[in-house]
Design a protein around this ligand. Structure first.
Ligand code: X90
Length: 275
């Protein structure tokens, strides 16, 4: 049996047609602990965090959770959130090593997305496609590494509070936004860390900036995946503008699950595309 596994930063809960499972990260404060599983009520978590004035944290999935997800499969492909910002990738590899000691015949490949949400979705879709074409384990591993180089990730955020609090962006960058409707446009660096592209005020200017970036990166007609944190209307507006400018029909939008919602915060969107 071939199995596809991703951590919950991929924002998908199911993937019809393949054997797919997600492994949850967690979000916590000193009072509460939320597991980013299928049952998590993201809206409630966001409400709670808005009223909670103390520190909050996240943690990567346990080794055990990965090992459980591996059970029963012969060939496994895992996609993780970027190793540049999370220990998830290295955790999955520890689980892989341990699992292989007991099940040396199993094939497991862990892909470091160097990205999150929509970037992970594009990798999962490519893995599923490669397998449906009957490619061998070795062929899939080589092809996915090549495909990853074609992917770009952008994100428009209205607040960097949680990213700064957890040391994922500098407090200086974070303090420059979050008021007067100022938003930041960022991208994933080659190392899978956060890079600022620009700042602007309001949704319309942000949409223009995103289009500008897509053009600069040579985007023409590839797939686009978007996740949003309680701002479907904004995500739709971005998608409509992209459709009107590029010859691009394959755009899908999903709500972010817990981990991306926590870091991208309300009003944030993350966009992954093939260039
Ligand atoms: O291990 C952990 O506790 C998880 C840490 C995750 C940290 C960052 C998640 C960011 C999610 C924000 C914008 C996208 C940035 C992606 C750059 C590669 C969403």
């Amino acid at each position: 049996m071939v199995k596809f596994i991703a951590d919950s930063a991929c924002d998908l809960k199911e993937y019809p047609g393949i054997c797919f499972e997600t492994v949850p990260l967690s979000i916590s404060t000193d009072e509460r602990n939320y597991t980013d599983d299928e049952a998590l009520n993201v809206h409630e978590v966001l409400d709670y965090l808005e009223t909670y004035n103390n520190r909050s944290y996240t943690a990567c999935p346990s080794i055990d959770a990965w090992m459980k997800a591996f059970e029963g499969a012969d060939e496994i492909y895992c996609v993780t959130i970027t190793s540049g910002l999370s220990g998830t990738y290295s955790g999955a590899n520890v689980a892989r090593e341990q699992y292989l000691e007991q099940h040396p015949e199993t094939k497991i490949y862990v892909v470091d997305s160097l990205s999150t949400g929509p970037g992970m979705v594009l990798l999962l879709e490519k893995l599923a496609e490669l397998k449906s074409q009957g490619k061998s384990f070795e062929e899939v591993c080589a092809a996915i590494e090549k495909y990853r180089k074609r992917l770009k990730l952008y994100f428009s955020l209205s607040s960097l509070h949680n990213l700064a609090q957890n040391g994922r962006v500098s407090k200086l960058i974070a303090s420059a936004i979050g008021f007067m409707n100022i938003k930041i446009l960022g991208t994933a660096s080659k190392e899978g860390t956060i890079e600022q592209v620009g700042k602007c005020r309001g949704n319309n200017r942000m949409i223009d900036k995103i289009i500008e970036q897509l053009k600069e990166n040579g985007f023409t007609k590839g797939k686009i995946r978007i996740c949003h944190v309680e701002c479907l209307e904004f995500a739709n507006a971005v998608a409509d503008k992209i459709r009107s400018i590029f010859n691009c029909a394959d755009i899908k939008i999903v709500p972010a699950r817990g981990l991306c919602s926590y870091y991208a915060e309300r009003g944030g969107i993350i966009l992954g595309c093939e260039c």
